[in-house]
Write a protein that binds this ligand. Sequence first.
Ligand SMILES: [Zn+2]
Length: 66
Amino acid sequence: MDQSAFTHRFNSEAGVVESICHRCFATIASATVEADLQTSEQRHTCCPENHLRLELLASARQDAPS
Ligand SMILES: [Zn+2]
């Protein structure tokens, strides 16, 4: 998977770096060393359930009266 599809968020409290997928918004991995996230990112496949949930949320927002 494309490396740019992930955001690395530094969690200073826990002392780890978390990798968040841009497509499904899941935190797919956390590691003490940023480079360690790469393996998990390469293996990550977006969860279809997450996609479905996001689509439902998006359509619910569109249907909501303004
Ligand atoms: Zn994903």
